[in-house]
Design a protein around this ligand. Structure first.
Ligand code: MG
Length: 171
């Protein structure tokens, strides 16, 4: 795939959201029972947002705010999994292939381990990839910074995408 007609690109994604009482905690499209949830215009799914930005980065297509602006009422309380599906759709339309995504959620609590399989399955379906093309990890803030103080959560993602190259791929 690394010949004349295709090139491999990587993209980086980062997102963070404030943790507040009385909001659902949605991570990777899975609602996790907890006293607090993430605050945002959409469902504030921090992991899915980081993955969307990583994919857009790899494809050279800007960022999540350009495609799904938080000033747009259409995206109020939006299901971020649908935004991820739309993002993958835009890539596929351009002839791109999602090769691999690796992601890390940084959250002090609750522990994500019991939900990791469900998150992985949900994201693989939305990405349209086999299970071995997505890896999801979780870590904590160890009591430090805004994550350690339970003020918010963050996520990072790296996406590897094969893009058609050459003049036909422009635009
Ligand atoms: Mg976000």
């Amino acid at each position: 795939m690394n010949g004349e007609r295709y090139r491999v690109a990587t993209g980086l994604g980062y997102d963070c959201h404030r943790l507040v009482a009385g909001r659902p905690l949605v991570i990777g499209g899975v609602e996790i029972p907890h006293t607090h949830g993430l605050l945002g215009h959409s469902d504030a799914d921090v992991l899915t947002h980081a993955i969307i930005d990583a994919l857009l980065g790899a494809a050279g297509m800007g960022d999540i705010g350009q495609h799904f602006p938080d000033t747009d009422e259409r995206y109020r309380d939006a299901d971020s999994i649908e935004l991820l599906r739309a993002t993958v759709g835009m890539l596929v339309e351009r002839g791109s292939v999602v090769e691999h995504v690796d992601a890390t959620v940084v959250l002090e609590r609750p522990q994500l381990a019991p939900y990791r399989a469900a998150i992985h399955a949900r994201l693989c379906t939305a990405l349209g990839v086999d299970a071995d093309r997505l890896n999801v990890k979780a870590t904590r803030g160890e009591g430090m910074g805004f994550i350690g103080r339970l003020e918010g959560a963050a996520a990072l993602a790296v996406a590897t995408v094969t893009l058609p190259s050459g003049p036909a791929a422009k635009g």
